[in-house]
Design a protein around this ligand. Structure first.
Ligand code: FA5
Length: 328
């Protein structure tokens, strides 16, 4: 083997080991740098006879080109290996029938609801699923001994022996939180998951979504509450749907009502509502002499059940494709 062939063989071995740009640069310096065989031989050329010089010069040039080409190829291969392989990620997965995802019926109801309220100028406010006893109950005029606490079966969490934080039982806990941080007038909705220690049945599940509404300003009235709810319910369920108020009781609204809608010939309960109790406005730092407000809260799953004709709410959160695929 000539010395050129040996050099190329060594070069290939070195490049095969070089897995970084830096390592390739070191190989380049070894074979083409100042102290390399090629450079040393080039420096010797002037000492050779003219014939030898031409022959040796040609040989060295060929060798130099081969070295440069090998290094360029090694660099290109390294860059190609670092690229994300180009794949068509829309191709169906191996072993799965081609299927398209779609929104869950409860999410669909929530999205439609946001849109209708946003068009009315309501802000959509985020909130925490863990709430303190104060905001979930006390600030809403439900002290520890208040019988109204029985209306919502609560999962209590022991926190150093105290029962002062809980998975919220309703989105109403945001009422006083929002009042404390904002000056009226405002109109907001607060969607989110709530949790109750329920014995589940066709109309009750232990974790579900509520949409809270809160409007505070000067001269806010019960008529505005009813007009708003009629507009939204018709937006979700259709223009032919009627609503009615039934007298009810919530410690944080006065008067309080139950909101029903007449859908396909039947009156169905959607949620609670009422004019905000002045005690609650005061707890939120708002002057009840100057401001009034209304609040409401309804369940997204109950609306989804009405809209999509479901007779068992529990189906909504069971992981059964046969059921959910009907809503594509
Ligand atoms: C409340 O939670 C009140 N915070 C509503 C409210 C807000 C009244 C503001 C006044 C002012 P209630 O417990 O009735 O009320 O629940 C409201 C709605 O949530 C119900 O009408 C129903 O649509 C839904 N809901 C209640 N419990 C369940 C459950 N276990 N599963 C599914 N949906 C439920």
């Amino acid at each position: 083997m000539t010395s050129s062939e040996n050099i190329i063989k060594d070069l290939r071995n070195d490049l095969a080991q070089a897995s970084t740009e830096h390592a390739i640069a070191q190989v380049k310096s070894k074979y083409l740098g100042n102290k390399s065989y090629v450079s040393e031989q080039l420096r010797l050329l002037p000492t050779l006879s003219p014939d030898k010089r031409v022959e040796m010069g040609r040989e060295l040039n060929v060798l130099k080109n081969q070295i440069e080409n090998s290094i360029t190829t090694a660099r290109e291969e390294l860059v190609a290996a670092q690229q994300f392989p180009v794949k068509d990620i829309s191709l169906p997965g191996v072993g799965f029938p081609q299927a398209y995802g779609h929104m869950h019926p409860a999410s669909r109801v929530l999205q439609e609801t946001y849109k209708i309220f946003a068009d009315l100028g309501f802000a959509v406010v985020d909130s925490s699923e863990i709430e303190t006893d104060w905001y979930n109950f006390e600030a809403l005029n439900m002290p520890a001994t208040h019988p109204a606490r029985e209306m919502q079966d609560t999962f209590y969490i022991k926190n150093n022996g105290k029962l002062d934080v809980l998975p919220r039982t309703h989105t109403s806990g945001m009422q006083v939180r929002f009042m404390e941080a904002n000056k009226p007038p405002f109109k907001i909705i607060v969607p989110g998951r709530v949790f109750r220690n329920e014995d589940e049945d066709v109309t009750h599940i232990w974790a579900f979504h509520q949409i809270e509404g809160l409007v505070v300003g000067e001269g806010v009235s019960m008529a505005q509450l009813k007009g708003t709810l009629l507009h939204v319910v018709q937006g979700i369920l259709g223009p032919e749907v009627d609503i009615r108020f039934r007298p009810s009781y919530f410690p944080y609204t006065e008067p309080s009502v139950e909101l029903d809608c007449r859908y396909k010939g039947q009156w169905l309960e959607l949620g609670g509502a009422g004019m905000i109790n002045p005690i609650v406005l005061k707890n939120g730092g708002i002057d009840p002499e100057k401001y009034t407000g209304f609040a409401f809260g309804w369940g997204a799953e109950r609306i989804a059940a009405i809209k999509y004709g479901l007779d068992d709410l529990r189906e909504l959160w069971r992981p059964r494709f046969e059921f959910l695929e009907q809503f594509v």
